[in-house]
Structures are given as C-alpha cells and as structure tokens.
Design a protein around this ligand. Structure first.
Ligand code: FE2
Ligand code: FE2
Length: 273
C-alpha cells in the first residue's frame, strides 16, 4: 500500500467523525502549545464527565494533596499545566477506547496504554534530570492506531489481538497479515491529522523499531522499552533488554529497581483511573 493509499484509507474512515467530538477538541487543544490554562478550564467546564474526572483524580492518592478540592479552578492551580494535560489525555483515551465494544478488548487496550504511559513516566524520570511532561502522554497515545484498526474492521482487529495475546505472535505482523498495514501506520496518520509534533509522530512510527528513528532523541527507545516491558509483565511475552540498557544506559541493578517501581505505580494508576 502506497503512502497515498494509506492517507486515503484514513480519510475514508466513515466512523472517524463520529468519535466523541469532545475528544477531538480536547486533543487538539491539549496539543496546541498556545492553549492557555483559562481555555482548558473553559473546556473542562463544558463537560460534566470531565469535571468529575478531574476532581476525583485531583483528590486521589496519585497527587498526594493535603486539601480536599471541590472546584476545577482550584484543581488547576494545584495540578499545574503538565498534570492537567496528562489527566485530560487519560480521559480522552479512555473515551476513545470505549469505541471498542468487546469489553475484554477494550480493557486490554486501555490497560496496555495506561501501563505504557506509567512505565514511560518512570523510565524518563530516571533518565532525565528535568521533568519530561510529555512522557506519560506519549505512552498513552503510542498504540492509538489500534483504535483506527478496530473502526476499520472490528472482526479482523479482534483476530489480530487474539493472535498477539493468545498465540503470542508479534502484533505488527499479525495486523499486516490481516489488514496489509498495522497500527503503526494508522496511528501515524491519525496523529498527523490531529497536528501532533514530529516527536510524537516519530514515536508512533518507530515504537516497535526505534533503531530506525531519524531523530537522535532517546524517547522512541524509552517508549519502545516501556511497550516491551508492559507486554512482558502483563502478557508474558519475552523481552531482550540488553539493546535497551546499552542505548539508554541503565545498569541491570538500576533497571530492576525501575521495573519494581513502575509495577507499583501501574497498579496504583489502574485502581484509580
Ligand atoms: Fe504498538
Ligand atoms: Fe503497545
């Protein structure tokens, strides 16, 4: 399939516009660096579901705040822009996952996306001295192309999941056999349509083979490692961590600690989100 055909394929997905419009608006506003905190507050207040989500999570153990928060404006002050973006992206991806009507498949995609987001956050916190506000968001979005595959053909999508999980095959190859393309291409075109950054597009395109990423950024490697780790821990898939440790420069001891910490945090996030 040529690039042009792939683009046409995405353009022709009839169900695409029926995705919750709140998600599309949120994603593009979150993605726009010029969006002000006041605009986000306005958007949140337009959606009662999002209001209660933000308040529930602000008061959850994740942020460890000492005061009970009752208003969105107070939550925003306490959370800050970066945490707010992470929460709103979680909300958007959770809504997108609900497009998948098979409950097990829906839970699988959501849990996997959340696990990769949390593991990415933990890995990049160890790697970079300064906060990487996008790490969690990148992890959440890395497999967004799977939802596009589901919209295209839910039966084939289900089959590709079963081949990946039950038969323990490689997801990308299973999807290519069934669709001729994989969630990597569909995810790439989806974030391109939404106007995401080059870094986000590279992450989606190379999260299964970071050695081909054109940029020198270490982020595609971190996402790829988080993805492999999540499949290893939660789907019993084999993982070869040596190439990652060499590239990201973690010692084995550091890595063991990171995995323990990440697993603890994944459990915490899963119980709350
Ligand atoms: Fe993937
Ligand atoms: Fe993944």
């Amino acid at each position: 399939m040529s690039i042009r055909e792939k683009l046409e394929f995405i353009d022709n997905i009839e169900e695409f516009p029926s995705m919750p419009s709140v998600v599309l608006t949120l994603m593009s506003k979150l993605n726009d660096p010029n969006t002000t905190i006041m605009e986000l507050e306005k958007l949140i207040n337009m959606d009662p579901g999002l209001v209660s989500y933000i308040l529930k999570l602000t008061n959850s153990l994740i942020f460890g705040l000492r005061e009970e928060v009752y208003s969105v404006s107070r939550a925003i002050v306490l959370l800050g822009m970066s945490n707010l973006r992470s929460l709103m992206t979680s909300y958007s991806i959770r809504l997108l996952c609900k497009i998948i009507t098979n409950p097990q498949a829906q839970e699988y995609i959501w849990n996997h996306s959340l696990s990769v987001a949390v593991i990415t956050k933990v890995l990049s916190a160890k790697k970079f001295p300064h906060d990487q506000p996008n790490a969690y968001v990148y992890g959440l979005l890395h497999d967004i192309g799977k939802i596009v595959l589901y919209i295209k053909d839910s039966a084939k999508f289900q089959e590709s999941l079963e081949r990946g999980i039950i038969k323990n095959l490689d997801f990308v190859s299973a999807e290519k056999e069934l669709f001729d393309y994989s969630h990597v291409e569909t995810g790439y075109f989806m974030v391109s349509k939404m106007g995401f950054s080059h870094e986000m597009k590279d992450i989606i395109l190379f999260h299964h083979d970071p050695e081909f990423a054109p940029s020198t950024s270490i982020m595609p490697w971190i996402i790829s490692l988080a993805n492999e780790l999540a499949h290893h821990i939660y789907d019993n898939k084999n993982i070869d961590i040596r190439r990652y440790l060499e590239k990201i420069q973690f010692s084995e001891e550091q890595f063991t600690e990171i995995v323990k910490d990440a697993q603890k945090q994944v459990e915490q996030y899963r119980s709350i989100l």
